[in-house]
Ligand binder design. Structure first.
Ligand SMILES: Cc1ncc(COP(=O)(O)O)c(C=O)c1O
Length: 457
């Protein structure tokens, strides 16, 4: 382990007195009121006023008709993916998933909870490469995937680190192929996308009310309303938290009722426990819903703080050969959940990484994600590597990976130099997530920025 405290490049930098986190829960005290109310009235299980009210508040904030409160974002994604499979291919027997034998086009650079439900439902994830403008699913690679697997009818996509993807383009491609979308807005609650008045979201735009924005006509639509089946998470590291929790979001009463039924063990209307479908214990507790009733009031404030953190990094690092995680400022307003940076190819110092250990070298005017992560950690701040792309995960190593050029696997050749583009692998190699906790002070962030500068000395 490198000794940063005796490395002359870091002379004069004192360790943080308390740890600076990547993204930790931020409680305000108001949460207590709704939790106490649940306890005092004895409504502490998976029924109660807090659940009903937070469902209404979230639906109204996002501009959708129904929200179903669940135990986790993963639960929401599972039921959303199962429902998509059932709508496409019919009800499955209890021992088989609704996507049995079917391919599903999936975001590649995301947390595995986005796409594991495809496997829970016995489907086969096909990973779609990432674009460089927003670090989300690349429409060009998605088009290519439909050329290769035209029978595919389902897309599962996430908005990475709170930055909306290219939804007008993706929805258009999905519509051309009669495909449905499961939208994972776990990281992007409160982020919005400007959908065109004559694009594939024209119905949603009409309902939301057309506005002008830098010469374009359309409407700002919230992430979490852009798929056929939509999910958010209230995990402890998210922009607001219930300590855990998630929601399924929809405009269809039938879909909301179905997910609510599945989440409470699929009980049929009978005097005894009777079941015609497989059930799950996925409903949110009224206590967690109470925490959320306190938290939702702070969503806008948290987004403001996260944006300020992102902008301070962007300004503070602008003299280095690095860039921040990008977003399309004409078509999107991110929630800036995590600030990330990527090192320019020419400024990458040598680094090799294995599962258990890694090596990096100091090189003048260069650095590497691992050096920066080690340096900020040595002084007491938490960063993290970029989410490792799904196509590089051991569990999914035999699954197809599609880039703009077609099959993204097996592209090297012992006899010909060079290999195909793999945007996700490149972001993973050169990028990192920076401490983005909304309680981080300006002084603490300035020190993180200074440490990063010293890494490039
Ligand atoms: C993109 C993404 N999807 C899904 C999840 C899963 O949500 P949960 O932890 O609430 O199950 C997370 C985070 O935890 C996430 O970051």
């Amino acid at each position: 382990m490198h000794d940063f405290t005796h490395d002359p490049r870091f002379a004069g930098i004192e360790p943080f007195t308390s740890r600076v986190w990547l993204a930790s829960p931020t409680m305000h005290g108001d949460e207590q009121r709704w939790v106490d109310e649940a306890i005092q009235t004895n409504w502490v299980s998976t029924v109660g006023t807090n659940i009903n009210e937070i469902e209404k508040e979230i639906a109204s904030f996002l501009g959708c008709k129904y929200a179903v409160a669940l135990s986790a974002g993963t639960a929401a994604l599972h039921l959303a993916t199962k429902l998509a499979g059932e709508r496409l291919y019919g009800q499955a027997p209890p021992s088989r998933g609704t996507l049995t034998g079917k391919k599903v086009f999936c975001s590649d650079v995301t947390f595995d909870a986005s796409i594991n439900p495809v496997a829970y439902e016995n489907g086969e994830a096909v990973f779609i490469d990432t674009e460089t403008d927003t670090w989300n699913m690349d429409p060009g690679s998605l088009r290519k995937a439909f050329e290769l697997y035209p029978e595919t009818r389902l897309i599962v996509l996430a908005h990475l680190y709170g930055t909306p993807g290219k939804m007008d383009e993706i929805r258009k491609i999905a519509d051309e192929h009669g495909a449905l979308i499961v939208e994972d807005a776990a990281e992007s609650l409160g982020a919005a996308f400007f959908a065109s008045a004559d694009g594939p979201y024209k119905e949603n735009v009409r309902e939301a009310g057309v506005v002008e924005h830098i010469g374009m006509r359309g409407a700002w639509l919230e992430t979490g309303t852009l798929g056929n089946y939509n999910c958010i998470s209230f995990n402890g590291n998210k922009i607001i938290t219930g300590s855990s929790g998630g929601m399924f979001l929809t405009n269809s009463k039938e879909d909301a009722d179905k997910v609510r039924k599945w989440s409470t063990q699929s009980r049929e209307a009978a005097p005894w426990y009777q079941h015609e479908e497989i059930g799950y214990n996925y409903r949110m507790s009224n206590i967690i819903a109470g925490v959320l009733r306190g938290q939702i009031r702070y969503l806008e404030e948290h987004i403001k703080q996260k944006r300020a953190i992102y902008e301070r990094y962007r300004n503070g690092l602008s003299d280095l050969p690095v860039r921040m995680n990008p977003y399309d400022d004409e078509h999107s307003i991110p929630n800036f959940w995590l600030s990330c940076m990527i090192i320019e190819p020419d400024a990458m110092a040598s680094m090799v990484r294995g599962e258990q250990d890694y090596l990096w070298k100091t090189e003048p005017e260069k650095s590497s994600p691992q050096e920066i992560l080690d340096a900020i950690n040595a002084f007491g701040a938490e960063g993290r590597p970029i989410w490792k792309p799904m196509h590089m995960q051991p569990i999914y190593k035999n699954h197809a990976f599609i880039t703009r050029e077609g099959n993204g696997r097996g592209r090297s050749n012992a006899y010909i130099n060079g290999s195909g583009a793999d945007v996700g692998a490149d972001i993973f190699r050169r990028g990192l997530c920076l401490p983005s906790d909304n309680k981080m002070t300006v002084e603490q962030q300035d020190k993180v920025i200074e440490i990063i500068h010293r890494c490039f000395k």
